[in-house]
Design a protein around this ligand. Structure first.
Ligand SMILES: Nc1ncnc2c1ncn2[C@@H]1O[C@H](COP(=O)(O)OP(=O)(O)OP(=O)(O)O)[C@@H](O)[C@H]1O
Ligand SMILES: [Mg+2]
Length: 316
């Protein structure tokens, strides 16, 4: 039996969040922030840690610098039960950081990419990846070094008998390079949001994007924010609603949805259950600040599902 249920390959960084600023920064002046959090960032790390919290055996392959920020990421992943044996350290680059100025209605962010930019296929320890039965990759467009080798990584995984999933994420350059098509042919479960699906497929509507992407990938799930999700498996289309919660912060809702969906998919649950758990984890994620704070254990997930009405969740 494989050692890991899933190996996540992807970007790692830290987030420095400054809160409670009286006003926006100005050149030549100093402002005081009344709140500060230095925490593990990145979509891939949030997914890995949320899966581990659900009891999934998770391995991680990625790249960090050799610095104090790398220690923050490693310590957090380990504390959450993620195996970090596939992470390599680069002496030539620093661990990336996102500095976010958080205001009640909005935020301003600056990112230094560091080792995220330098990560390439050659850095991915394939012997480690194949210790899992499934490989997941997020944030395709945030990993310029890995992009060229991404299709090859997925191809090798399929060849070695692993199943695969892929959340491409947003393209900050908004170029939506069609090289991604090469990757899709080796993807079993594709997990974009609505805008990403439309841009990648080159179609105008979510329905057309779902049909187009479903030609290549066995399972396509398009996340629709507060409207839930829509999924295509073979020729079957399933729509969901959402659980009603009081959203505080939607950061990481997509990654939390992925964690819930993959948790069920990896243990062979039917697609309806995968979607139900995905939208439950997505909804839960919005109830607290940050992408991992509200991430449930199996017990907490069951309690949430028991408390909330299941009717109208699967629209069909
Ligand atoms: N306001 C909300 N209320 C209830 N559920 C929500 C809300 N926002 C998001 N969700 C749930 O979380 C899931 C994922 O959110 P979303 O569609 O925003 O993903 P995303 O755009 O990939 O997010 P991310 O920015 O984290 O990548 C949705 O499919 C939905 O089930
Ligand atoms: Mg997303």
């Amino acid at each position: 039996m494989e050692e890991f249920d899933i190996v996540v390959v992807g970007e790692l960084n830290v987030d420095l969040i400054l809160q409670d600023l009286a006003s926006f920064p100005e050149m030549g002046k100093e402002k005081i922030a009344r709140g500060m959090i230095l925490t593990m960032g990145s979509a891939s790390a949030i997914l890995a840690s949320n899966l581990a919290r659900l009891g999934v055996r998770v391995g991680f392959a990625g790249k960090l610098g050799e610095d104090q920020f790398a220690e923050v990421v490693l310590a957090t992943l380990r504390e959450r039960g993620v195996d970090t044996g596939g992470i390599v350290h680069d002496t030539h680059s620093q661990t990336g950081i996102t500095v976010a100025l958080s205001f009640p209605e909005d935020y301003a962010m600056v990112t230094y990419m560091g080792s995220m930019e330098e990560y390439t296929l050659e850095d991915v320890p394939f012997d480690y990846v194949r210790r899992g039965r499934h490989m997941h990759l997020s944030s395709y467009y945030l990993q310029p070094g890995l992009r060229a080798g991404c299709a090859e990584l997925f191809r090798r995984c399929k060849e070695a008998g692993l199943t695969t999933s892929f959340d491409p994420g947003w393209d900050p350059e908004e170029k939506w390079d069609q090289d991604i098509r090469e990757v899709l042919q080796f993807v079993d479960v594709l997990l974009p949001n609505e805008q990403e699906a439309v841009h990648i497929s080159g179609r105008q509507s979510t329905e057309d994007a779902l049909a187009e992407l479903g030609e290549t990938c066995e399972v396509v799930v398009i996340k629709l924010g507060s409207r839930g999700a829509v999924c295509r498996v073979e020729d079957k289309i399933i729509r969901t609603g959402t659980y009603t919660v009081d959203p505080v912060d939607t950061t990481g809702a997509g990654d939390s949805f992925n964690a819930g969906f993959l948790f069920e998919w990896l243990r062979g649950s039917d697609i309806e259950q995968c979607l139900t758990t995905g939208i439950a984890c997505g909804a839960l994620a919005t109830t607290k600040l940050g992408g991992s704070t509200a991430s449930p254990t199996v017990g907490e997930l069951q309690a949430f599902l028991a408390e909330h009405d299941q009717e109208d969740i699967l629209i069909g």
